[in-house]
Design a protein around this ligand. Structure first.
Ligand code: FES
Ligand code: CO
Length: 361
């Protein structure tokens, strides 16, 4: 058995707290219907339900006796608790107490309702009322020349920043992905220079050869034994989403969109799309899904072994890691930005604390 750090309480950790101000993916749109479902975001149980076509996101705990509303059902356009039948509207207001309905007006019970929206086939929730950045986008999603595959979600025992960093870490390809997207014979990586645009960290990798991707190559109609992408544009949408658009020699594109959701400080659920504007016949989907699945299975044990699981960015823990100039340029730029967001969040919290103290005095 491998040694693991003892379970830690991250509830007061500045990185964990900062995550509360962002939109996070919680489900695919196609999963959310009139039948309520529970999701967990930053240790908060949330019930998602579609009422009159719109998704509502409420705390999954009835105000009466704490039963999970996700075991209830929609009745007459409102969500009914399975225990004593209290009913809640999409804003979390209780509109019916069947045992004593005349008390609704006096008691005004409610459960917290969270900011929720749907974009690119994903339901996004923010636990705070003013999300710090816009919802991650994915321009090809509405382009009819593309075919999209909704990837099955996968859960990793790590933090969302670690999952994101793995996606944009190129020096692991030669070792973790030898023979799939990398090769031990070519461990050097090119230096990329990331830059910021609004809430997006962008960078380009100009030219990538991948070994042994025979079937993908056939779909592209490319001769020879390598899959060559002439342009690779990355957009890391802070905090935990990434959009990679690869352009091939024949002008066709392969797009990966991944959005990682912090279920807790140390558990991450990833939502992802594969999109392409070549070989769009559905029978090719399996090849691409299988290929990406192999890559993900290679990553999972390594990423789950990283300690500490919450990426060290602030405080004493920063010294636990030794980034390599050039090779770790993206991770460094990402962490630098994330640390700024943590500091900003802390400063705002302090300013609010001062305001509250002034109001009391
Ligand atoms: Fe929900 Fe009683 S616990 S109605
Ligand atoms: Co990898």
């Amino acid at each position: 058995m491998k040694m693991e750090n003892a379970a830690r309480d991250y509830s007061d950790h500045p990185l964990y707290k900062t995550m509360h101000q962002f939109w996070h993916p919680v489900a695919y749109s196609s999963e959310v219907g009139e039948s309520p479902m529970q999701v967990v975001l930053l240790d908060q149980a949330i019930v998602l339900v579609r009422i009159e076509g719109k998704v509502a996101a409420l705390a999954d705990r009835c105000a009466h006796r704490g039963a999970a509303l996700s075991n209830g059902m929609v009745v007459d356009g409102v969500l009914e608790c399975p225990y004593h039948g209290w009913r809640y509207d999409a804003a979390g207001r209780c509109v019916k107490i069947p045992a004593r309905n005349e008390l609704v007006a006096a008691m005004k019970p409610s459960v917290p309702a969270y900011a929720v929206c749907e974009s690119v086939g994903i339901v996004w929730v923010c636990l705070e009322s003013e999300p710090r950045f816009p919802v991650p986008d994915f321009p090809e999603y509405d382009d009819p020349s593309y075919r999209h595959i909704q990837g099955p979600v996968y859960d990793w025992e790590t933090s969302a920043p670690r999952r994101l960093e793995n996606f944009v870490d190129f020096s692991h390809f030669a070792f973790v992905h030898d023979g799939s997207i990398g090769s031990r014979s070519r461990p050097e990586v090119d230096t990329v220079e990331p830059w910021r645009e609004e809430h997006v960290l962008r960078f380009e990798r100009p030219y990538i050869k991948e070994p042994s991707v025979g079937q993908k190559r056939k779909m592209l109609g490319i001769e020879g034994d390598q899959w060559i992408a002439v342009a690779n544009s990355y957009r890391v949408m802070l905090p935990h989403a990434v959009h990679l658009r690869r352009t091939f020699e024949n002008g066709k594109h392969y797009v990966l969109m991944m959005a990682a959701s912090p279920v807790s400080a140390t558990k991450t659920r990833s939502f992802w799309w594969i999109s392409r504007d070549f070989g769009v016949e559905p029978e090719h989907d399996g090849i691409l899904l299988d290929f990406e699945r192999v890559v993900l299975e290679q990553d999972k044990p390594v990423i789950e072994s990283q300690q500490p699981k919450l990426a060290p960015m602030v405080g004493e823990e920063v010294r636990l890691e030794l980034p390599v100039g050039g090779a770790d340029a993206v991770t460094l730029a990402y962490r630098r930005w994330y640390v700024e967001l943590i500091r900003e969040y802390q400063a705002r919290g302090q300013a609010q604390g001062v305001k509250a103290a002034a109001a009391v005095a």
